[in-house]
Write a protein that binds this ligand. Structure first.
Ligand SMILES: Cc1ncc(COP(=O)(O)O)c(C=O)c1O
Length: 458
């Protein structure tokens, strides 16, 4: 295999270490476009094929062991293959995976979500986070009778059409082709953390909803200021627009009840995903009963057709997923897993900042809760709550490590650590010793980058 001129020796070392993954990748390319099943998993020179995941660790098909910080794209707050969750799934299997009817376990799942999440007076399950945000937009539009939606630069809400612009610059261009312009016509993209822009956009009285990742865009890469969140709450209330927190990532991490619990800012609607399903595919739309009532049919067929939303979805609240969700949320409910995962992420951030300082590298580890990030460059002011250059700081943070992100991950994999690009999540089963080992692996990975001549004068 020819080595990439950019990645050079690191790519060669990675390729030499992973012949079986390479073989499977070549086979997969013949049947799956680009040989990958999720665009985030695209990786040079080829992605790893993973054989098993348990606790905080995973193993690839070439026999390497890794400390894992992908954690199922953030789903495994309790770590992989948690025995209690696995047992709950196994206990449901003999009774069937799908009831074609309502189930007590599904009811228990909804009750748990209602008890744990402040906004959740009422709960509807979906099969993914993206479906939950899609339903949220429909509910907000039906409730208000308006169509315009405000979203923010860098904020990701799944891959469906209405939320496709404003994810990457240029902001007005959707993240992919294949979307009819009409589907985008009612989406207004604003810079984050600028309350004046929201005030102006709401002034016309035609905005149905404001949706955001309350921790910050791209799973908190570009942090949202909490004071701004409270202002958004007030402005949307005054304008009669629905405020939607997309807590697919932040739910159960910032606090058991998510950002809304931590900040005391309760949205009208919130979306959940990932952790809520205990690791099986799931999402949920939760919210104020009065707003969620647009999902209640009235029996008046004419009125229902005009004013009520039917919700379909073969896999909604299927009992095997509900069993996993109930088991996971039952463990999470007392706050201990969230507290431990947050503590481990604090330890990791502190350790990484020490490593960067010791290496004389202008880089920063940041993030809130068990969601951690790294950025290569001088510390942007936004990270300290200074919003004076928020838009420019946001664009810098979204760059992460730029072209060095790929070699950094290669070097970390060679050191036994798997991160999501230059960031990741911690779980309640990462130990302090594993975090220390990760910090040491980062130090060695940086030394590898330096030895490969990739850090230049940095
Ligand atoms: C904030 C946010 N919302 C929605 C989604 C979509 O969730 P899913 O991948 O379950 O459709 C994601 C996915 O990562 C996300 O990060």
């Amino acid at each position: 295999m020819a080595s990439s001129p950019v990645l050079g020796s690191l790519a060669d070392a990675y390729a030499r270490a992973n012949p079986r993954s390479h073989e499977l990748y070549k086979r997969q390319q013949e049947v799956v476009p680009l040989g990958i099943t999720h665009s985030t998993r695209l990786f040079e020179p080829f992605p790893l094929f993973i054989r098993a995941c348990r606790g905080a660790r995973k193993w690839d098909v070439d026999g390497h062991e890794y400390l894992d910080y992908w954690l199922g794209h953030g789903s495994f707050l309790l770590g992989h293959a948690h025995p209690v969750v696995n047992e709950a799934i196994a206990a449901q299997l003999p009774d069937g995976m799908h009831a074609g009817g309502e189930t007590e376990i599904g009811l228990r799942w909804a009750e748990l979500v209602r008890d744990l999440v402040p906004a959740a007076e009422s709960v509807r399950f979906t099969s993914s986070g993206g479906e939950a945000t899609q339903l949220a937009l429909r509910v907000a539009r039906a409730y208000t009778g308006r169509t315009k939606a405000i979203k923010f630069r860098h904020h990701f809400h799944g891959w469906h059409d209405a939320v496709a612009p404003g994810v990457y610059p240029p902001w007005e261009v959707p993240m992919a082709p294949g979307i009819a312009p009409g589907a985008l016509a009612d989406t207004i993209v604003l810079p984050g953390n600028e309350i004046g822009a929201v005030r102006a956009a709401l002034a016309g009285g035609d905005v149905a909803l404001v949706i955001l990742e309350p921790g910050g865009g791209f799973s908190d890469t570009v942090p949202t200021d909490f004071g701004y969140l409270a202002e958004l709450r007030q402005l949307t209330r005054e304008a009669g627009a629905i405020l939607i927190f997309d807590e697919v990532v932040t739910g159960f991490r910032y606090a058991v009840g998510g950002v809304q619990e931590l900040t005391g800012v309760t949205p009208d609607l919130a979306t959940l995903g990932k952790v809520v399903g205990g690791g099986l595919p799931a999402g949920a739309l939760v919210g104020r009963a009065e707003v969620m009532a647009v999902l209640d049919t009235t029996g008046d067929r004419g009125r229902d057709r005009r004013e009520r939303i039917p919700q379909y979805g073969t896999w909604n609240a299927m009992p095997v997923v509900a069993a996993a969700g109930v088991a996971a949320l039952g463990l999470i409910a007392d706050g201990e897993p969230t507290r431990i995962a947050n503590e481990r992420a604090d330890q990791l951030r502190d350790g990484l900042n020490e490593v960067f300082a010791a290496a004389g590298l202008a880089a920063v580890a940041y993030g809130r809760s068990s969601i951690w990030k790294t950025y290569l460059g001088e510390r942007p002011r936004l990270l300290d709550g200074d919003l004076s250059a928020a838009a420019a700081d946001g664009e810098r943070l979204a760059q992460g490590w730029g072209a060095l992100g790929e070699p950094l991950r290669q070097a970390l994999l060679l050191e036994g650590v798997d991160v999501m690009r230059t960031q990741g999540f911690t779980s309640a089963v990462h130990t302090e010793a594993e975090i220390d080992a990760t910090v040491e692996a980062f130090a060695r990975a940086i030394a590898r980058l330096r030895a490969a001549g990739l850090l230049g004068e940095r």
